[in-house]
Design a protein around this ligand. Structure first.
Ligand code: AMP
Ligand code: FE
Ligand code: FE
Ligand code: ZN
Length: 285
């Protein structure tokens, strides 16, 4: 009874549709899967249909982009929040607009050295995509500047590169508060992902805890070994939920569905923590 609690579709920066993510999860033998696109819940509806068809449990979620006071990107997984909550929607609109402007600016900077244009970048998104560096990476792959997304992230698009532009996102503490206010269950995504750059200091964990953090994503390929040990200890001390997931992005990342999973009891605890009226769609699992 394994559940993969973190996946992306082409509604954000995955490369496959929600229905394709769901059918691939069913083929991988998972009992359930969470759809957690960046800053959007637009993929919930197609995911719901596919999950019913494939008789796999669906946990409706989202990965909220936030940024710490010292400028470090912090991702907070939100499970089972009310997607019509106004305060959350307003904040999402703000960061999605900021992301759009930032992507345009990065495309402009890239176009000085590579044969790419804003038009080409947009061809690598759908109308609803939460636009980000993955789409810029796809344009760079398209023109042969790099072999794949990961190579682009390691070089041209890395934080600190001359083409990198930051964008507005809410503070992580506000993120946790907004998720709770929308009835959702906030879980800190890949908190010890050293491979992605700087990681936040311990004080932020305590601030997020005070704001209502429900758990930490421990079993994720980007967390360091010592980071996982620290997280397990922290979770135990503060009675937090512990999750595991693949962070599947289709062909955009090497991550395989079900490479890390979460037990059913934890999924039940997440459902019990939601106050939005939205539950897990168990579909007989
Ligand atoms: P951004 O939020 O626009 O700064 O871009 C960072 C996002 O890129 C993260 O959410 C990652 O999940 C995503 N991403 C997608 N594919 C890759 C990859 N191959 N390597 C690193 N990050 C990736
Ligand atoms: Fe992503
Ligand atoms: Fe993330
Ligand atoms: Zn993710």
């Amino acid at each position: 009874m394994a559940f993969d609690m973190h996946t992306h579709s082409d509604f954000s920066d995955g490369t496959t549709t929600p229905a394709e993510v769901i059918s691939a999860a069913a083929r991988a033998g998972l009992a359930g899967v969470a759809m957690t696109d960046h800053d959007t819940t637009a993929g919930w509806e197609p995911a719901e249909e596919a999950a019913a068809e494939h008789q796999i449990a669906l946990i409706r979620g989202m990965e909220l982009s936030t940024v710490s006071a010292d400028g470090i990107p912090v991702h907070v997984l939100s499970y089972l929040h009310d997607p019509t909550n106004l305060a959350l929607l307003q904040e999402l609109a703000k960061s999605r607009n900021a992301r759009y402007k930032r992507a345009k600016r990065m495309a402009e900077l890239l176009s000085e050295d590579f044969p790419i244009s804003w038009e080409l970048v947009k061809q690598h998104t759908t109308a609803e995509s939460t636009i980000g560096r993955p789409h810029l990476a796809d344009a760079l792959v398209h023109v042969g500047a790099v072999p794949n997304r990961s190579a682009a992230f390691d070089t041209i698009l890395r934080g600190g590169s001359k083409y990198y532009v930051p964008h507005y996102a809410p503070d992580p503490v506000l993120g946790v508060e907004l998720i709770r206010a929308a009835g959702g269950v906030p879980i800190f995504a890949h908190p010890k992902a050293k491979v992605r750059g700087r990681i936040v200091d311990e004080r932020l964990f305590y601030d997020m805890l005070d704001a209502g953090l429900a758990g930490v994503e421990v079993y994720h390929r980007d967390n360091s070994g010592s980071g996982k040990a620290w997280l397990l200890d922290f979770a135990k001390k503060h009675d937090l939920l512990v999750t595991g997931s693949s962070d599947y992005h289709g062909a955009g990342k090497p991550n395989r569905l079900g490479e890390n999973t979460t037990p059913r009891a934890t999924v039940e605890a997440i459902e019990a923590g939601a106050t939005s009226g939205y539950g897990v769609l168990w579909n007989g699992n």
